[in-house]
Design a protein around this ligand. Structure first.
Ligand SMILES: [Fe+2]
Length: 258
């Protein structure tokens, strides 16, 4: 079975709007394992006035999940990071130097609200880069400020951002409008990482196996593997950085029809 990485999921229970209970969290891990995922990064939300669970508490839940993976004898690597909403809490963590990056690298998963305009998103990307972090924009396909503008997404990448997209969006489970925009970004090779952003086993499950089958058909094996394994592994610093993490085969991706 092909091995994948999931860089963005809300698998830890009791810390945000992800898994509600321990059983759900464990079921999510089982599902990821069965889908061929062998590296998982738990990314609980950190958002001002909405999700403010301290890092210490999420570390406890992470240890429980690791213990479950050990009991099941899963050959799986688990990492702990966060999905940082770009707000004053992120500012505070940056000032305190307490950012939980993805793996051993300097990449930080960041999300924006529907109210962030393009200038603000660009400002955050520039600021994070200036402070030595590599911003990975979570579910790029969702933001009204970017929707429909390949130029804006391209400019953010040129300014040093990387781009993550949700598997469910690619598959059309978030509506056809979002699917069309997602697939357009993929055709233009403007995506670096596909992740599940799964929250629970029923309503927002991981759909990485279905997504990888879809991608292999539509953009080719090379780009599919870059999106779901090679680029995430580079971000986690689990493999050497050879090139800018990007589509391995841009020409093939461009020619593909979605
Ligand atoms: Fe998320």
């Amino acid at each position: 079975m092909t091995r994948f990485v999931d860089l963005h999921c809300h698998i830890l229970p009791y810390v945000d709007d992800g898994a509600l209970r321990t059983e759900e969290s464990e079921e999510l891990l089982d599902m990821l394992y069965q889908q061929g995922v062998r590296v998982v990064c738990a990314t609980p939300h950190l958002r001002h006035r909405m999700f403010e669970t301290p890092d210490d508490e999420i570390r406890l839940q992470f240890a429980e999940l690791q213990a479950y993976a050990d009991r099941r004898a899963y050959s799986m690597r688990l990492f702990l990071s966060r999905e940082y909403h770009c707000d004053k809490l992120l500012q505070e963590r940056l000032q305190a130097g307490t950012i939980l990056c993805l793996g051993a690298g300097s990449t930080v998963l960041v999300e924006f609200s529907h109210l962030h305009d393009y200038a603000s998103i660009l400002g955050w990307v520039t600021d994070l880069r200036g402070q030595g972090y590599q911003p990975l924009i979570a579910h790029v396909e969702r933001y009204p400020a970017l929707e429909g503008s390949l130029d804006k997404v391209s400019s953010l990448i040129q300014k040093g951002a990387m781009v993550q997209m949700n598997a469910c969006s690619v598959l059309g489970h978030e509506g056809m409008r979002q699917a069309r925009w997602s697939r357009k970004l993929l055709r233009e090779s403007l995506v670096h990482v596909i992740a599940s952003d799964s929250h629970d086993p029923v309503d927002r499950p991981p759909e990485l196996d279905a997504c990888q089958r879809y991608l292999r058909k539509k953009v080719g094996d090379a780009y599919a593997e870059a999106l779901m394994r090679d680029n995430p592994m580079q971000i986690l610093s689990m493999i050497e950085k050879e090139n800018i993490p990007h589509a391995n085969n841009q020409a093939e991706a461009r020619e593909a029809t979605l």
